[in-house]
Design a protein around this ligand. Structure first.
Ligand SMILES: C[S@@+](CC[C@H](N)C(=O)[O-])C[C@H]1O[C@@H](n2cnc3c(N)ncnc32)[C@H](O)[C@@H]1O
Ligand code: SF4
Ligand code: SF4
Length: 395
């Protein structure tokens, strides 16, 4: 049976920022300067379509896709083949061809942000400029309207201990522009770094930027995985349902690994999907990753991650590390926003229920009509029968 797969394609390796949580930001020997050609992308897409049903294509792993100068061509080619990839960007830049990006009809554009104000944003999106991003969000919203685009635009807020007060103003700002908004707990990436932190039980060997995050991340694998280990899931969706491909066209183990030398499987176009699946399943990184529950951690699945993070936040407030007033305000905002979402959901349910009731009434009325029609038909058939038999109509 054909597999339905998600494809993560790292179309370039460059980024304009140096986020301390991301290997592209803190690994000194990062693989910079590589770029997938449109021709290679086309061969990858053809093979992917011939061997599998494509659930989604994400044109990013550890890269900034808006820095690939042929992104519009890649998206246009995808559209011609009936595929609508998705992007994720730090939006510190708007290329001059952004209109073409929207015209090529990607499924979605995610804007990753970790602050509304520069003093918070600049810590976790190091090298970035919050005001520039907000300006670019406005430009993007205008272009979206001009093009009449159906691409959904989402702001994804990365929550840390230092940026709680920024979430509500950013949500308002995003929603006023017509963008959707959601939040996740910022974590230190990738898998190898987390394994190292768990196994060495120290951050001493981390580079300065990653070390600087240790007081800010509310979800730290080293703190929570010992508790998760009681019940890590026995499979990994990144292994089973996704294919990750680097800028040179090699399949790599998964999108949560950043050392593509260690994670390399084989050339995607020259290796059958069946072989790739087999090679991936035998990779020696998955054993330690799964036994430590890291696969659940990086996908925020199978665990009580909100609970852990909120617990940590409470501890920081009690210890006086986080401002208790900010924590309370954040929790109140979160509760209000959840209750608003609940109300919206409730009214959508009520509307649906109303439609269902109307349909049921219409169905009842139809039932009565059908019964009457049926009775009329029976009576008519009786009359016809009598007429055909040459007998007078007695009724
Ligand atoms: C490594 S980024 C590459 C794409 C793009 N440069 C960006 O930042 O959106 C891939 C995804 O990781 C998410 N991400 C980045 N830093 C994160 C963090 N500290 N914790 C959780 N997710 C993060 C981003 O929101 C993005 O969707
Ligand atoms: S998270 Fe995105 S923006 Fe930040 S360094 Fe990594 S690739 Fe660049
Ligand atoms: S088990 Fe871990 S290393 Fe293996 S594919 Fe899943 S997330 Fe990646």
């Amino acid at each position: 049976m054909r597999k339905r797969l998600v494809y993560n394609i790292e179309i370039n390796t460059t980024c304009n920022l140096v986020c301390p949580s991301c290997p592209n930001g803190y690994v000194s020997q990062w693989r910079r300067g590589q770029r997938m050609s449109v021709e290679l992308y086309e061969r990858i897409l053809s093979k992917a379509q011939s061997e599998s049903d494509i659930e989604a294509i994400y044109l990013y792993v550890w890269n900034e896709p808006l820095l690939h100068p042929e992104l519009p061509e890649i998206l246009q080619l995808s559209a011609e083949r009936g595929v609508r990839p998705s992007l994720s960007t730090n939006l510190n830049l708007i290329p001059k061809w952004m209109r073409e990006v929207l015209s090529a009809d990607p499924t979605s554009i995610r804007i990753s942000m970790s602050g509304f104000k520069q003093d918070t944003y600049g810590i976790t999106h190091a090298g970035g400029d919050a005001d520039e991003v907000k300006k670019n969000m406005g430009i993007l919203a205008d272009l979206h309207e001009e093009v009449g685009s159906r691409t959904s635009i989402e702001v994804l807020f990365h929550r840390y201990a230092h940026n709680l007060a920024d979430e509500a103003p950013l949500r308002d700002f995003a929603q006023k522009l017509g963008f959707s908004f959601s939040s996740i707990w910022g974590i230190i990436m990738p898998i190898e770094k987390n394994l190292e932190m768990i196994q060495q039980e120290t951050v001493a060997q981390e580079s300065e930027p990653a070390k600087s995050l240790s007081g800010l991340v509310l979800l730290n694998s080293r703190d929570i995985l010992p508790q998760l280990q009681h019940n890590p899931s026995t499979n990994c969706s990144l292994l089973d349902d996704q294919v990750t491909i680097d800028a040179a066209g090699n399949t790599v183990l998964c999108c949560a690994v950043s050392d593509f030398d260690q994670g390399r499987i084989s050339s995607f176009v020259d290796t059958s999907l069946e072989e790739i699946v087999g090679l991936k399943s035998r990779h020696d990184l998955c054993g330690p990753c799964m036994s430590n529950g890291l696969h659940d951690f990086v996908t925020y699945s199978g665990g009580k991650f909100d609970e852990f993070a909120l617990q940590r936040l409470g501890d920081l407030a009690t210890e006086g590390v986080a401002d208790a007033k900010e924590v309370i305000r954040f929790l109140t905002d979160t509760a209000t926003s959840l209750s608003k979402q609940n109300e919206t959901l409730q009214s959508a349910c009520d509307e649906r229920l109303h439609v269902i009731e109307e349909l049921a009434t219409a169905a009842d009325e139809r039932g009565v009509l059908v019964e009457r029609l049926d009775a009329e038909c029976t009576s008519l058939r009786k009359h016809i029968g009598e007429l055909e038999a040459g007998r007078p109509n007695e009724s």
